[in-house]
Design a protein around this ligand. Structure first.
Ligand code: ATP
Ligand code: MG
Length: 577
């Protein structure tokens, strides 16, 4: 089947084939089972734990829809926790953007907003407990040595020479680590588990490292920081999370997650459940790569409409409904897969087809002069704002002797089956008249067509004739004297390669950036109804696609982003199957 060539997993397939039916995925099945057995006192408490080191992307939206969506469905709560245990990379700007994006997607954490850094004190105390129980030790091996001692998948590791330090000695050294008596990397606190464990994560993992770096919230108070593998289960348990839902790369960390909770004195044991990350064709989803694109100015900031970031999608004109709908349709699966970008585009089209007002905007204009129309006459026509929704009302459009049409809607020598304007050929002007081309005027130097002269049939007023004459083409247009100038950003895929993450050794993902990913059309002509448009307003520009008024658009300088074209490749594929 062509439809699912990027999707291997059966449950995803099921969800996509049955978009209307909310399939019970494996996570919801686990939760319902727990509710039946009363495992967590009938509580469902989840969390979404982003690291504030970048902006959220559509992959995070999938996680958000799962974490918050499940909490909502089972009358539980979902916590928003900034996973800020790594002091070097985190910034307040990211925290703010994360909060804004989660809210915009339509979710609410209520009173449950936390920072992992709020737990530093407790994390430290639990570390002391582990040391006292002889379950953690201070190790002086450096990072390279730790790696060498760790062994491989086929060979067991070797015990660190510092593994047998007494609890007393370890307590003393850990205190010194905390007091800043050692340099970065001079030693680390490691969990004492099993250097021969088949799972490498269990071979005495580091749980605290020394970093003399200020933290965005705790300043210089700490110079030792807990690792993710240690801080995460403790944070979850402190917040009494019942189901800690995360992505597949943490599956191998689950034994360690459980080990930490089982070896400290805490009265909550959340269950970690993993699901597949979302990948989409023709884009990248890793924060590191997105940061590279932003920092090297290969895009215009985190909210560049070409990026898969939530802020980029928002600026482009995506609605939260369309994104949530997309996340529901891709479903929750246990196997990694890549979803066709066409499905995301299909979801926004579906939304906008119902909700967006139709307007006429000529992106690349050429002038048409109606030779048999009076010089100073103006006429008004009424047009439906949305034929799909009568309650959207009507608006007036102005007609006059000179109009703009798309340059591409005229051919001096038309190819076969070209139903638009050509010498001697008749077309319908949407909502107005039938016109026939009589003549063209060209620039004597460049040869470019500057004016197309046409005659209209007065009997065709409103779009049909008494003899019911058929015309094949209908063009959108804008009256010259009423036209409003606009700048239109036309976007294509950011990458030329469907899977830019999948590159050969020595290749750079940046070399697959599509040089035509942004085309600026600075001479577009819009109907005057758009003069009062506000950033975030969305339209269907007839025949040209769906567009959104840009954040930087003003009355004096209208700017629009193309959200998506009208051609729905996904719907076609869907119909065939
Ligand atoms: P990256 O690896 O790009 O830095 P990350 O996973 O480290 O991303 P976090 O801020 O730690 O980013 O992610 C917060 C949550 O969102 C995690 O639970 C993570 O599993 C989830 N998440 C991140 N990327 C995706 C994705 N592509 N699809 C689904 N969930 C994701
Ligand atoms: Mg992460």
């Amino acid at each position: 089947m062509i439809l699912f060539n990027f999707i291997e997993d059966k449950s995803t397939k099921y969800a996509m084939e049955n978009p209307a039916e909310k399939s019970k995925d494996f996570i919801r099945t686990i939760i319902e089972e727990d509710l039946k057995t009363g495992k967590n006192g009938n509580r469902v408490e989840t969390r979404f734990p982003p690291e504030p080191n970048g902006y959220l992307h559509i992959g995070h939206a999938k996680a958000i829809c799962i974490d918050f969506g499940i909490a909502n469905e089972y009358n539980g709560a979902c916590h928003l926790r900034m996973d800020d245990t790594n002091p070097a990379k985190e910034e307040v700007e990211y925290v703010d953007s994360i909060m804004q994006d989660v809210k915009w997607l339509g979710f609410d954490w209520g009173k449950h907003f936390y920072y992992a850094s709020d737990y530093y004190e407790q994390l430290y105390k639990f570390a002391i407990e582990l040391i006292e129980k002889n379950k953690a030790y201070v190790c002086d091996l450096n990072t390279d040595e730790i790696r060498q001692y760790r062994g491989t998948l086929t060979e067991p590791g070797k015990n660190s020479p510092f593994r047998n330090r007494t609890a007393e000695e370890n307590l003393n050294l850990f205190e010194k680590m905390k007091n800043g008596e050692f340099k970065d990397g001079q030693c680390a606190l490691r969990a004492k588990i099993d250097m021969a464990h088949p799972n490498l994560n269990m071979r005495d993992p580091v749980i605290y490292r020394i970093k003399h770096t200020a933290h965005h919230r705790t300043g210089n108070k700490w110079c030792i920081y807990p690792t993710y593998d240690y801080a995460h289960p403790v944070s979850d348990a402190l917040e009494k999370i019942t189901h800690s839902i995360c992505t597949l790369e943490f599956e191998d960390h689950r034994p360690l997650y459980n080990w930490v909770i089982e070896n400290i004195t805490i009265d909550c044991h959340p269950q970690q459940i993993e699901f597949a990350r979302l990948n989409i064709t023709y884009t990248v989803m890793s924060k590191r790569k997105l940061l590279t694109l932003v920092q090297e100015k290969l895009v215009n900031g985190w909210d560049d409409p070409r990026l898969p970031t939530i802020s980029g999608l928002r600026r482009r004109g995506y609605t939260p409904e369309a994104i949530r709908n997309f996340c529901e349709r891709i479903g929750v699966a246990k196997a990694n897969s890549t979803v066709d970008l066409a499905l995301l585009e299909h979801c926004i089209r579906e939304d906008l087809n119902k909700n967006a007002h139709r307007v006429m905007v000529v992106l690349d204009p050429v002038k048409v002069v109606i030779t048999n129309y009076p010089d100073n006459q103006t006429e008004e026509f009424e047009a439906d704002n949305n034929p799909e929704d009568p309650s959207a009302g009507k608006r007036k459009i102005m007609f006059s002797k000179e109009i703009y049409i798309e340059r591409d809607d005229f051919r001096e020598v038309p190819p076969k089956k070209y139903f638009r304007l050509a010498p001697g050929q008749e077309v319908r002007l949407k909502h107005a008249y039938y016109i026939t081309c009589e003549n063209v005027i060209k620039d004597t130097v460049t040869g470019e067509i500057t004016e197309i002269h046409c005659k209209l049939d007065p009997q065709s007023r409103g779009g049909s004739t008494p003899d019911n004459r058929r015309v094949q083409g209908t063009l959108h247009w804008v009256s010259v004297k009423d036209a409003v100038n606009a700048e239109v950003m036309v976007y294509e895929n950011l990458f030329t390669k469907a899977d830019p993450d999948n590159i050969k050794e020595g290749e750079d993902f940046k070399s697959f950036i599509n040089p035509a990913s942004l085309k600026v059309l600075s001479n577009a002509k819009a109907e005057p109804a758009l003069l009062g448009t506000k950033p975030g307003n969305r339209y269907q520009f007839l025949r040209n696609g769906y567009f959104c008024t840009d954040t930087d658009s003003t009355t004096g300088n209208l700017v629009f982003n193309r959200i998506v074209t009208l051609k729905d490749t996904w719907a076609k594929v869907e119909k065939k199957n």
